[in-house]
Design a binder for this molecule. Structure first.
Ligand SMILES: C[S@@+](CC[C@H](N)C(=O)[O-])C[C@H]1O[C@@H](n2cnc3c(N)ncnc32)[C@H](O)[C@@H]1O
Length: 238
């Protein structure tokens, strides 16, 4: 097992989370409640955000032991261990277990690699057959605000429609094109991506795909719904 490594993707995730937290600071209430994170990785992406936002507290979880070890070292090196913690284990088993005040916002660059089974380069990145199992699980977990990365080849329309079925609107998002990296370029994964796109359930180009980090919210104080714009930014026809 190794640690997830994809500099462009992590930078886009961190930058987007920072911007969305800033933009919706008063409505999301994170200064009081903090946020939880599914999948800390090496913690560099959100470490920068914790540095940039002095009122932010993040409680992260990761199922990968090497990632947690690296994350803790990176967090300590940045001097932010009082505001960014990471625990080893499945987010869905642990996030609600500590008691204390309920947290209304979860952030995540979730695993979204689609494949017929979990036997891929980094099994912790498996997102199920269509790649969106983890984000769907997050949208069913009861948080008022879900800030999550959505990939164009991982059936994003099903993700957005499931969000709507659970009362969420897409408040805003930041989209970026990414080149296929080592995880998405694995032949078994590329074949699955081709199948998903051929079924009309996703989009990928010859060399890359799109990712958007979106704020899904059920908070009536956050106006608007950019669901169709999000899908169009991911090259999905709506
Ligand atoms: C795409 S990586 C993102 C890492 C980091 N947030 C970043 O953007 O650089 C997804 C991470 O989620 C972790 N993960 C997968 N399933 C998880 C689960 N059920 N609970 C907690 N972490 C999980 C993986 O081990 C991996 O480190």
């Amino acid at each position: 097992m190794s640690c997830f490594s994809s500099a462009d993707e992590s930078a886009h995730y961190g930058f987007s989370v920072c911007m969305l937290l800033e933009q919706y600071r008063s409505q999301l209430n994170w200064e009081t409640d903090g946020v939880v994170e599914l999948g800390t990785g090496d913690a560099t992406a959100i470490g920068e955000v914790v540095n940039a936002l002095p009122a932010l507290r993040v409680r992260g979880f990761d199922i990968s032991a090497p990632s947690v070890e690296t994350a803790r070292a990176n967090i300590a090196a940045r001097g932010i261990a009082d505001r960014y913690t990471v625990e080893l284990g499945d987010f869905f088993d642990q996030a609600d277990s500590a008691g204390g005040p309920p947290v209304s916002t979860v952030i995540s660059n979730p695993p979204y690699i689609p494949a017929p089974d979990r036997d891929i380069l980094m099994p912790e990145l498996w997102g199920g057959v269509h790649g969106n199992d983890l984000v769907l699980q997050l949208l069913k977990a009861g948080y008022d605000n879900v800030i999550a990365a959505v990939a164009s080849y991982s059936d994003p329309e099903a993700t957005v429609r499931t969000a709507e079925d659970h009362g969420y609107r897409v408040a805003n998002f930041l989209a970026m094109g990414l080149d296929f990296g080592p995880y998405s370029n694995e032949p078994k994964v590329r074949r699955q991506i081709e199948r998903i796109c051929a079924q009309g359930r996703g989009w990928a180009g010859t060399d890359g795909y799109m990712v958007a980090v979106a704020l899904f919210t059920r908070n009536p104080d956050v106006p608007g719904d950019r669901a169709d714009q999000l899908l169009r930014s991911l090259q999905i026809r709506v």
